[in-house]
Ligand binder design. Structure first.
Ligand code: ADP
Ligand code: MG
Length: 366
């Protein structure tokens, strides 16, 4: 379910929970990242696709009690009541509360707010449900109060909420893709300048997203450790950001202590692979693109150490089953993989993979 159906469904969910129709409904897509992982908070390149049929929808209305947000999510089947002045509480409603505070604190202090959330995007699968929730929340709340914000401004605000309110030190890729990306098309983004190039996918190949069945919890995971390691590597190498480095710096990168050397090398590698990926995609060279995905997974596994045995096995099996390339996608420590599969083979390929892995689930073909 996506698009108009999902908006109708979130309106129905709102009405079922609160007894009145919502004033505004909005949605935002998840994304699958094709190349460039953890490069975004290092000022590097990324190449994600906003997903067509996997999104979060939010319905809102002015509330009953000034300063109070009543929030309901069909994912957790529970209502959460938050005061607009509250700090984060380690709950799902932090994402909504943070977004409301960022753009409409004064308005909600006066009117209160009711919100219902539905999704068909799996949480913690590396497909950016958090960013989709933020962007959908910001879209809904800005429309409710007539606040003008561009898609870029929404992306920047959403990232700030995740960094500063939720406490997850992510880069801008997820929020930018969800807010600015055209569902179905790839987006090459320079995270330093926010300059971006939309690129259509391959004509005769599809990107297939498969959940490994292992979920991550990013705020608890090694993500923040990797951010800290990159900062330490930047200091050791005397650069502002690791994306200041290129292949010519690999010798001096190798000389800094373990594991900082490998963390920095991953950023250099994946940044290069992402630039090459843009060219391969623009030239329609799926074979070259597949090779880049395989190299990127190896760098994620060996240098950045963000893969898990389940995603490593799934990536290997994906290629054995006929994919031109495959890699773990998203922040890591489990979640989904993305594979590049000839269009005519997608059905058989999916059947082969799901027969082999009991917990694997095909989430999207794009
Ligand atoms: P990812 O963004 O890869 O899916 P994160 O750990 O960054 O994983 O974000 C997942 C968190 O986002 C969930 O634990 C929950 O707090 C919040 N979230 C996402 N979608 C929803 C939803 N539909 N309802 C409530 N909370 C959600
Ligand atoms: Mg997230």
């Amino acid at each position: 379910m996506s698009g108009p159906d999902q908006l109708q469904a979130v309106a129905a969910a709102f009405e079922a929970h609160f007894g009145t129709a919502p004033q505004v409904v909005a949605s935002a897509p998840g994304r699958v990242n094709l190349l460039g992982e953890h490069t975004d908070y290092n000022g590097g390149y990324v190449l994600p696709i906003a997903l067509k049929h996997l999104s979060v929808a939010v319905a809102v209305s002015r509330g009953a009690v000034p300063g109070v947000i009543e929030a309901w999510s069909d994912t957790f089947h529970e209502a959460e009541t938050r005061a607009i002045g509250e700090a984060r509480a380690g709950r799902w409603s932090d994402y909504l509360l943070g977004c409301v505070k960022a753009v409409a604190e004064a308005q909600v202090a006066e009117t209160g707010l009711r919100a219902a959330v539905i999704t068909n995007l799996p949480l913690g699968a590396g497909l950016s449900s958090s960013a989709a929730l933020e962007v959908a929340s910001l879209r809904a709340v800005t429309r409710l109060y007539g606040i003008e914000m561009s898609p870029q401004e929404i992306a920047i605000a959403a990232r700030a909420v995740e960094n500063d309110f939720v406490g997850m030190p992510c880069g801008i890729m997820d929020q930018f893709t969800s807010s600015v990306g055209q569902p179905g098309a790839a987006l090459f983004l320079d995270t330093r300048t926010l300059a971006f190039t939309p690129v259509p996918g391959f004509a005769e190949h599809r990107f297939v997203v498969v959940h490994s069945g292992v979920s991550h919890q990013l705020t608890d995971s090694g993500y923040a450790t990797r951010v800290a390691e990159c900062n330490a590597a930047s200091a050791a190498l005397d650069v502002e950001m690791l994306s200041d480095l290129g292949p010519g710096d690999l010798a001096r990168i190798g000389a800094i202590p373990e594991p900082l050397n490998r963390r920095a090398r991953h950023i250099v590698t994946d940044n290069r692979l992402t630039r090459e990926g843009l060219v391969a995609l623009q030239q329609g060279d799926a074979v070259a693109f597949g090779r880049l995905m395989i190299a990127s997974h190896a760098s994620e596994r060996d240098d950045y150490e963000i893969t898990v045995p389940e995603t490593d096995a799934l990536v290997a099996a994906a290629v054995d089953a006929g994919a031109l390339g495959a890699r773990q996608t998203g922040g890591g420590f489990g979640g989904a993989i993305v594979a590049l599969v000839p269009r005519a083979q997608v059905e058989d390929w999916c059947a082969a993979i799901t027969a082999q892995f009991a917990h694997a689930r095909v989430l999207a073909v794009t």
